[in-house]
Design a protein around this ligand. Sequence first.
Ligand SMILES: Cc1cc2nc3c(=O)[nH]c(=O)nc-3n(C[C@H](O)[C@H](O)[C@H](O)COP(=O)(O)OP(=O)(O)OC[C@H]3O[C@@H](n4cnc5c(N)ncnc54)[C@H](O)[C@@H]3O)c2cc1C
Length: 298
Amino acid sequence: MTTHAPQTPRSVTLPTSLDEAVAALAAMPAAVPVAGGTDLMAAVNKGQLRPAGLVGLGRISEIRGWRYLDGHALLGAGLTHARMGRPDFAALIPGLAAAARAAGPPQIRNAGTLGGNIASIAPTGDTLPVLAALEADLIIAGPEGSRREIPVAHLLAGRDMLGPAELIGYVRVPLLHAPQIFLKATGRTGPGRATASVAVVLDPARRGVRCAVGAIAPMPLRPLEAERWIASLIDWDGRRGLTTEALTAFGDYVAAACIPDPEPGLPGDEQPVHPPAVLHLRRTVAALARRALGRALS
Ligand SMILES: Cc1cc2nc3c(=O)[nH]c(=O)nc-3n(C[C@H](O)[C@H](O)[C@H](O)COP(=O)(O)OP(=O)(O)OC[C@H]3O[C@@H](n4cnc5c(N)ncnc54)[C@H](O)[C@@H]3O)c2cc1C
């Protein structure tokens, strides 16, 4: 077996603005951006990645905070999970704060960033289902000060990729002023990657329930029909509560939408069933969705 010793990148640039970072990437196309380094340096250390150069994003103060903009929050891509997990952020976007608090052990949360979590596009990225349910947009910085905005779902689905000298600058998230819940199953005690996760977001102004299921597919899945059905049962002007039966039916609906029944075989054949591991995953998704909606409405 051949093993590769990790190689030190030949150049490290530490820009202090987004545009400088983009310019550094344009000047050296073989360089890669690095924020907290929790994903990237793990790949370098394993010998999976040998960047010729690094463009560090850690000194770009403009992307380390957030600000308000037209009923939205403009979140800098350099926000760490630890920062997003704090109470002031949780009061603003509770679902994202809950996901950030669940993202790995403390040393990872102190270094790992929102932009890195998105750009890695890992199925287990904890912020991704929340951003999908919030229908967040990405503001992408490109050469010569250009900015373009795309739905986060387009990047996650591979419909729109980052160009060679482009960076995620900001994430635009609507401020809904309503409960948002993120729940995650890990299959182990303590911090761990999600085996399944569910984000539920209430949008009272549009009388909507938005839900996204993470970790069970390459990108978060939105069970749109289940969302519309359950939203039609909620008394938006009243107590907003639902019966236990309705919550259970919502969980089952979400799980069946995301992990459909296997295709029937030829006429006369028995209806095929999922293997036990898939059935277990489906039950997990159903339980997470039921609990998440129940908590959001309680
Ligand atoms: C032990 C361990 C446990 C973990 N547990 C979890 C977990 O439970 N949940 C979870 O979600 N994640 C987990 N992670 C993954 C990781 O910590 C997160 O994905 C983190 O948010 C990545 O952010 P970063 O700033 O460290 O990214 P980096 O490692 O710096 O970068 C990751 C990728 O994103 C690119 N990138 C970074 N910033 C930008 C930007 N602004 N624009 C464009 N591209 C960019 C980099 O080039 C690289 O390709 C874990 C990682 C480790 C090592």
